[in-house]
Design a protein around this ligand. Structure first.
Ligand code: IPM
Ligand code: MN
Length: 365
């Protein structure tokens, strides 16, 4: 029997309640497969700071170091609560980015998936959605402006200024571009490279590398699209995209926009893959306004479990079953209050009940 160690970092806000549903599913997966999971909980985020004085405590780092994969919930508290935390210990700067750097999780996969059962969530017109949306956004996650040198001060004219560096070397670009090509090979063999080479030198280098790497993948058709135009096409004709690859900040922005065309970031799980370790997380925040109310949809958290099963543990079939189970819950007319307004055809269920329904569908497969 395979045994995997999973670091479980529920985090802040709705993290705890959606993670509880993910764990419910993991237990069920254990029962149905020849596998066992050792769950290792750790503190992470703003709540960790309040409890330990660090948003990514040493203890949690040790747990993550030992784990085969990391399952992370959501981080961040309300604006009021966040003000109590020193800037460098805020969960984004003090926990999330250090985790990305620690495990060099350079490849961030964000599926933008809207099958028929979810189509009613989208703000797009049915004629634009067509047969549904099925895109993978691949975002470089450990370079660019996020991690470049930063400086603030007073300039010669006595004005406050801020400066930050957008830097990529060719190896950093090549590895994420190769990830894009490899993913395209497994799908429709079309890769959209998103850039801003009409302005940015980093994008010129990016596009050069895309050209070089493409020689190793003659079967993949490459489309070069400027990032601003890509934002428009995502709204007007999302069906033209299959695999999109881009640098860090472009990916941050376009993946949120992609959540918008699905109807909610609550429908966006993600995988952050490094050379040795990967972590899995919802793409959205901790929604402190609805935390503890048992109304947050656990789709993105359970979807992150599905991605972990496939990408870290090679359990492709069970991952597919899990996706199908979640879609079946929506197709059967269930939803949670955070995603839907009450409607004639919608049965509103809680976070927990949604997880129970997913379990039932999974068992029935
Ligand atoms: C994301 C988030 C993070 C990012 C924040 C919380 C630092 O928005 O994962 O997309 O900007 O990468
Ligand atoms: Mn983001």
């Amino acid at each position: 029997m395979k045994n995997y160690k999973i670091a479980v970092l529920a985090g802040d806000g709705i993290g705890e309640e959606i993670m509880a549903e993910a764990i419910k599913i993991l237990k069920l997966v254990e029962e149905r497969n020849d596998v066992s999971f050792e769950l290792m909980p750790g503190e992470f985020g703003a709540s960790a700071w309040f409890n330990t004085g660090h948003s990514f405590p040493e203890e949690t780092k040790k747990i993550c170091d030992q784990a085969d994969a990391i399952l992370k919930g959501t981080i961040g508290l309300s604006h009021e609560e966040s003000k109590k935390i020193p800037v460098e210990e805020l969960p984004e700067r003090g926990a999330l980015l250090p985790m990305r750097r620690r495990y060099d999780t350079f490849a961030n996969f964000r599926p933008v998936y809207l099958p028929a059962s979810l189509a009613h969530f989208s703000p797009l017109k049915p004629e634009i959605i067509g047969d549904g949306i099925d895109i993978i956004i691949i975002r470089e996650l450990v370079g660019g402006l996020y991690f470049g040198e930063k400086e603030t001060g007073i300039n010669d004219q006595g004005l406050r200024y801020a400066r930050e560096m957008l830097e990529y070397d060719e190896n950093q670009i090549r590895r994420i571009v190769e990830t894009g090509f490899q993913t395209a090979m497994k799908r429709k063999r079309v890769l959209h490279s998103i850039h801003k080479s009409n302005v940015l030198k980093s994008s010129v280098l990016w596009t050069d590398i895309v050209g070089e790497v493409s020689e190793d993948y003659p079967a993949v058709e490459v489309e070069h699209v400027l990032v601003d135009a890509a934002a428009t096409y995502l709204c007007l004709n999302p069906g033209q995209f299959d695999v999109m690859v881009m640098e860090n900040l472009f990916g941050d922005i376009l993946s949120d926009q992609a959540g918008g065309i699905l109807g909610s970031l609550g429908l966006m799980p993600s995988a952050c893959v490094g050379p040795e370790k990967s972590y899995y997380e919802p793409s959205h925040g901790s929604a402190p306004d609805i935390a503890g109310k048992n109304i947050a949809n656990p789709y993105s958290m359970i979807g992150s479990v599905a991605m972990m099963l496939e990408m870290s543990f090679g359990m492709d079939e069970e991952a597919k079953n899990l996706w199908k189970a979640m879609q079946s819950v929506f197709a059967a007319g269930y939803s949670t209050p955070d995603l839907s307004k009450p409607g004639i055809d919608i049965t509103m269920v809680s976070t927990q009940e949604f997880g129970d329904r997913v379990s039932e569908f999974l068992i029935s497969q």
